[in-house]
Design a protein around this ligand. Structure first.
Ligand code: GLV
Length: 336
């Protein structure tokens, strides 16, 4: 028997986080490629009397998980999003919940732009064309797409990542619109310092006016299927939809239909519903001409993943020590 607390980790996060945890705890890692089942997590937490749980966004943390070990004092997720965690259940049980905001903001904004640019300038199609040995000559009409510079970028949800995405528009002299629950004068000022004038409009206006619509809202009851059939119908037939938030913010069937009928021009998705998106899913038939999909890699730079790993380790330590978490999902969700 040992008095050293045990931390269960549902996947091999970067070593910098695991090594830090190992300095103070018994650390048990599920080191397979695919996630453990919820039943497995529950039984391991119970067997280990775990005090800490480090999880990913693909692990559902519900009452069964929260109740698995009576010693559980902290759940720390290797993600900024916490829609996979029963926050109210954690708060009721006095379990702290850590997450990783801030450190992944710029990296996710970079990926948003990678998708935006690849959809506009058709780089994935271009690569496939060359790889298929179809490139026989320079073509005056080959793979033309819309200009990015001077276009209108619509940001749905001007939070941290939405703001970082909007800031990058300065280099492209774009008009920037944003929508959300309320106007954000502080964010507008922040952007103005970089020469971006972000104009608050109703979502309907943003959808109708934007050449690029980029989604940056957290997944909540209010944002689930925010981009549905009627929202897509409001968008221009030349518009490009980018989603690096959560797949469920877009109604997949409605998007499928909008791409099929040409109601919008293209979509670039880093998140999908379902996720993972199987290659035989109907949506994938639009790729690569109308659709580019990446496998939820918004925060996937080496530096950022290392910073996230350090942050989940720090939150786990604070939770086990009974100290306030530097990044508490309960606090950020207004619940603690
Ligand atoms: C990624 O989607 C995250 O929530 O960190």
């Amino acid at each position: 028997m040992t008095d050293t607390p045990t931390v269960y980790v549902t996947r091999a996060i970067p070593d910098v986080g695991l090594d830090r945890l190992r300095e103070r705890y018994e650390v048990v890692v599920w080191d397979q490629k695919l996630p453990p089942t919820k039943e497995h997590v529950v039984s391991r937490l119970a067997e280990l009397d775990a005090e800490g749980l480090v999880c990913l966004l693909s692990d559902e943390i519900d009452a069964a998980v929260l109740d698995a070990s009576t010693d559980l004092s902290v759940v720390s997720t290797f993600s900024v999003g916490y829609d996979h965690i029963d926050l109210a259940g954690a708060a009721d049980r006095g379990i702290a919940v850590g997450h990783t905001p801030g450190v992944l903001t710029e990296t996710t904004a970079d990926l948003t732009w990678a998708l935006l640019m690849t959809c506009a300038r058709r780089t994935v199609e271009g690569h496939a064309y060359v790889a298929a040995d179809e490139w026989e000559t320079w073509g005056p009409r080959l793979l033309t797409g819309p200009d990015i510079h001077g276009a209108t970028l619509g940001i749905v949800g001007l939070g941290k990542i939405g703001t970082a995405t909007a800031r990058r528009a300065a280099g492209f002299e774009m008009d920037v619109l944003y929508s959300g629950r309320s106007r954000k004068p502080g964010r507008e000022d922040e952007l103005a310092e970089f020469g971006v004038e972000a104009i608050y409009v109703e979502r309907e206006e943003l959808l109708a006016e934007s050449d690029f619509v980029s989604l940056h809202v957290p997944l909540t009851e209010a944002t689930e299927r925010l981009i549905d059939e009627s929202a897509l119908r409001r968008m221009s037939e030349n518009a490009i939809l980018i989603n690096t938030s959560r797949g469920e913010v877009v109604d997949t069937d409605a998007l499928d239909a909008a791409l099929a009928t040409g109601e919008i021009a293209r979509a670039g998705l880093d998140v999908t519903d379902p996720e993972p998106l199987p290659a035989d899913h109907p949506l994938v038939r639009h790729a690569p001409e109308r659709l580019v999909v990446t496998p939820h890699i918004g925060s996937a730079s080496t530096e950022t993943r290392n910073r996230m790993a350090e942050m989940v380790a720090a939150c786990t330590e604070a939770g086990i020590d009974g100290e306030p978490l530097s990044h508490s999902a309960l606090r950020d969700a207004g619940m603690g």
